[in-house]
Design a protein around this ligand. Structure first.
Ligand SMILES: Cc1cc2nc3c(=O)[nH]c(=O)nc-3n(C[C@H](O)[C@H](O)[C@H](O)COP(=O)(O)OP(=O)(O)OC[C@H]3O[C@@H](n4cnc5c(N)ncnc54)[C@H](O)[C@@H]3O)c2cc1C
Length: 396
């Protein structure tokens, strides 16, 4: 690990350009969605989900969108699901129920990933095209170009257009979903393996057997201004829906229906202390002021380590790294914070740290943690089925 901490008081783009060369992909730039607890708290304070149920899938004009744009904060637990769930208690019934249902989809994704781990990179229940090589997005189509430009410029998309991209890539163009999800994951500032893999698997039919079809119909309904500007308006490659298919089943993992040891997925329910921590170590799965390890140790300095090995491999966008830097800079106004590039697992091995559990496979790389704190679940994982959202809801 580099011994000198990064000076995060510098301009964000300058830090990325100078200190993250080779560790990110694409053009240098920042999302219009700011990172940090302060920005998250403002977004939550301004949250008004009136009309959400009817408008969550609107794409253009942007003023018609009903989506909350809270996902970058929720994904990193800068806002916990529980906090957001409670914040909408006085909203109109229909909107509140629909919105809370989506929060449960997020929680379901976390439970599923915690349960099956890297098995979520394989077809879960039905045999969708996972591996065929190629490129499934035609930028001559105005609808796809618009969506891809928003993804590249802002690192964020509404749910509807994420489905368009996933469906067009695999269901229409027969390119393996694994490669498509990786491209999207790099760009999304809310990118999480749990929700992104779930979103792709469910859109391409690997979760349900029924692929989601994307056609001109959705564009005219959700973004009516686009077709008129499209060079392919008169030769639309998605004029008709793709043929409906039912995918064959794959052999499913027994873990999908029953977890013999849910405590492995859920992590500890109480703090576990084996030594006095010297620092609080934050991970990207918990970057909020309410991080349990942070709250339990108000006087300790805080460390965040950009994992150089992971970043070299993942090649995340500069927008995503910028979001983390903004979040850390905001935290540094309230806590003594040291930011490094290096290996967080080595650091925890050689230095006693307090860490909050994260329900992701890479967390097992921590072989030594002085003080381990529980993850802030909305519903603590049990042993019941995670085969489908409805089965999981019944069990939770
Ligand atoms: C192909 C594909 C890839 C996706 N990749 C991601 C990802 O990497 N990270 C991510 O957080 N979400 C992902 N989603 C889910 C969803 O699209 C986003 O969470 C949502 O669009 C974020 O916008 P919002 O905050 O305005 O959501 P809102 O509609 O305002 O919903 C509120 C919150 O509920 C949760 N949520 C909403 N819809 C879903 C959903 N379908 N699945 C899981 N959680 C949901 C999010 O935390 C969101 O912030 C993906 C969906 C698809 C179809």
């Amino acid at each position: 690990m580099e011994h000198r901490p990064l000076d995060i008081s510098r301009d964000t783009l300058e830090i990325i350009e100078q200190d993250f060369a080779g560790l990110y992909s694409g053009e240098l730039g920042l999302s219009s969605i700011s990172g940090g607890q302060t920005a998250a708290d403002t977004a939550l304070a301004n949250l008004d989900i009136t009309g959400y149920a009817g408008r969550r899938s609107e794409v253009l004009p942007r003023s018609k969108r009903g989506a909350s744009v809270l996902s970058p904060y929720i994904r990193h637990n800068i806002l916990t699901l529980d906090e957001v769930y409670r914040a909408v208690k006085t909203a109109p019934y229909k909107d509140r129920e629909k919105f809370r249902d989506e929060l449960f989809w997020q929680e379901y994704a976390r439970h599923l990933y915690a349960r099956v781990g890297t098995r979520l990179f394989e077809n879960l229940r039905f045999d969708a095209n996972r591996d065929a090589q190629g490129h499934g997005w035609n930028r001559e189509m105005r609808c796809l170009d618009e969506v891809l430009s928003e993804l590249e410029d802002d690192g964020w998309l509404v749910n509807q257009t994420r489905m368009w991209l996933a469906s067009h890539w695999t269901v229409r163009n027969n390119v393996g979903w694994l490669q498509g999800q990786e491209l999207m994951y790099r760009e999304l500032i809310d990118g999480s393996r749990a929700a992104n893999l779930l979103g792709w698997q469910w859109t391409v039919g690997a979760g349900t057997g029924k692929p989601y079809g994307f056609a001109r119909w959705q564009v005219e309904k959700r973004a009516p201004e686009l077709c008129g500007q499209c060079p392919l308006n008169k030769a639309c490659p998605i004029q008709e829906f793709p043929d409906e298919v039912s995918l064959p089943q794959v052999e499913t993992d027994a873990l999908l229906t029953h977890d013999p040891d849910p405590s492995l997925s859920a992590g500890p329910s109480e703090p576990i202390r084996s030594a006095d921590p010297k620092y609080v170590l934050l991970t990207i799965d918990s970057l909020g002021d309410a991080d349990p390890a942070l709250v339990a140790n108000p006087d300790l300095s805080v460390v965040f380590i950009f994992n150089t090995e992971a970043l070299t491999k993942l090649q995340l966008s500069s927008r995503r790294i910028g979001f983390y830097l903004e979040t850390l800079r905001d935290l540094s106004t309230r806590r003594d914070l040291l930011v490094f590039k290096g290996d967080p697992y080595d650091f925890a091995q050689s230095t006693p740290v307090a860490v909050t559990f994260a329900p992701v496979p890479s967390f097992t790389k921590f072989t030594s943690i002085a003080e381990l704190h529980p993850y802030p679940w909305l519903k603590r994982p049990g042993s019941g089925s995670v085969r489908s959202f409805s089965a999981w809801r019944k069990a939770h």
